[in-house]
Design a protein around this ligand. Structure first.
Ligand SMILES: Nc1ncnc2c1ncn2[C@@H]1O[C@H](COP(=O)(O)O)[C@@H](OP(=O)(O)O)[C@H]1O
Ligand SMILES: [Mg+2]
Length: 309
């Protein structure tokens, strides 16, 4: 449990799995470095009351992102427990739907004036004129979620504001943790040996396989973009490189958390990842330890140019 000045009390869930927020930390230093601050001063109305009837003060965006990702994770774990006999396709569909319903309801309750871009909801073009857009993937690694007891699936909750990702959380419910910008993770010290690249276990892009060969890298297969990106944060791998297709919701929250911890994040050509674009496709990315960025991007560049010839 996180500590700090006891100012905020909040409740996050509408499904009985209510959360009384622990004391709110002092303004998060590294969070402030990435451009977000404790609380908000703009026009959104405050949270009102908790299901228990108590007055709930407003939770800052980063902590709300964490709480939403965690509570959706509990919804998904419960579903998996209760519906373990479902066919994988039905479990996937139920997981997407339940988590989407939960997150949509909670965002409506806590941030009713903000726009939302979700993998599991129709894309409302009004988000393009909005100052604040929550970019969510209610269940990333849907396939792995349906393969009980696999743990490599995640819930992504990010907030984009005025052109930047300003908060994010990646919950890994079956692993029992959440990595979020309210408390940027500390990346472990580097380890000796070949560079380790996280790659999709079910559809490894040929590009990444070729990259691994050039780098003399070890491929570490796993499901979920969020799990792969956070595997860089927890030291399981050194980099996550993807190409060939993805959407903003697959990477927004992982990238927000990775940036808050000081990792390199970019497109594979080194250009910035941009969110809340009219076309939400965002087909490639690099998330890596900063000490590997230059070499990785150089080798990717050589590989890309070689493919073009
Ligand atoms: N070529 C591609 N086109 C579109 N989305 C892709 C993709 N490759 C991976 N993804 C998305 O990235 C996430 C991680 O995939 P993987 O585990 O194979 O790396 C998945 O999200 P969802 O599970 O939310 O659909 C998947 O849909
Ligand atoms: Mg996804």
């Amino acid at each position: 449990m996180r500590g700090g000045a006891a100012e905020h009390v909040d409740t996050v869930t509408a499904d009985g799995a209510g959360v009384v927020d622990p004391p709110c930390p002092d303004s998060d230093v590294r969070g402030a470095q990435m451009g977000f601050t404790e609380g908000r001063t703009d026009s959104a109305p405050p949270d009102t009351t908790s299901p228990g009837g108590g007055v709930a003060e407003r939770l800052d965006d980063a902590r709300l992102a964490r709480r939403l990702a965690e509570s959706a994770g509990r919804v998904l774990l419960e579903l998996r427990r209760e519906q373990a006999d479902l066919e994988p396709a039905a479990l996937k569909a139920a997981g997407d739907e339940r988590s989407q319903q939960h997150l949509a309801a909670e965002l409506e309750r806590h941030r009713p004036t903000d726009a939302v871009l979700s993998e599991e909801a129709a894309d409302d073009a009004s988000r393009l004129g909005a100052d604040r857009v929550w970019i969510i993937d209610p269940l990333d690694g849907t396939r792995e979620f349906s393969e009980i007891p696999r743990e490599d699936w995640a819930v992504h909750v990010a907030l984009w504001q005025d052109g930047e990702l300003v908060a994010g959380a990646v919950s890994r419910p079956a692993m029992g943790d959440t990595l979020a910008t309210d408390e940027p993770p500390t990346v472990p010290a580097p380890v000796d040996g070949p560079i380790r690249l996280a790659v999709s276990r079910t559809r490894p892009p040929a590009f990444v396989t070729a990259l691994a060969e050039r780098l003399g890298a070890e491929l570490v297969p796993m499901g979920s973009a969020g799990v792969k990106a956070t595997a860089v944060l927890d030291g399981t791998v050194d980099a996550y490189v993807h190409a060939g297709g993805q959407f903003e919701w697959d990477s927004a929250a992982p990238v927000a958390v990775a940036r808050s911890a000081g990792l390199h994040t970019s497109r594979i050509d080194g250009s910035p990842l941009r969110y809340n674009q009219s076309d939400p496709r965002l087909p490639d990315l690099v998330v890596c330890r900063p000490e590997h960025a230059e070499h990785l991007l150089t080798v990717i560049d050589e590989l890309t140019k070689g493919e073009e010839q």
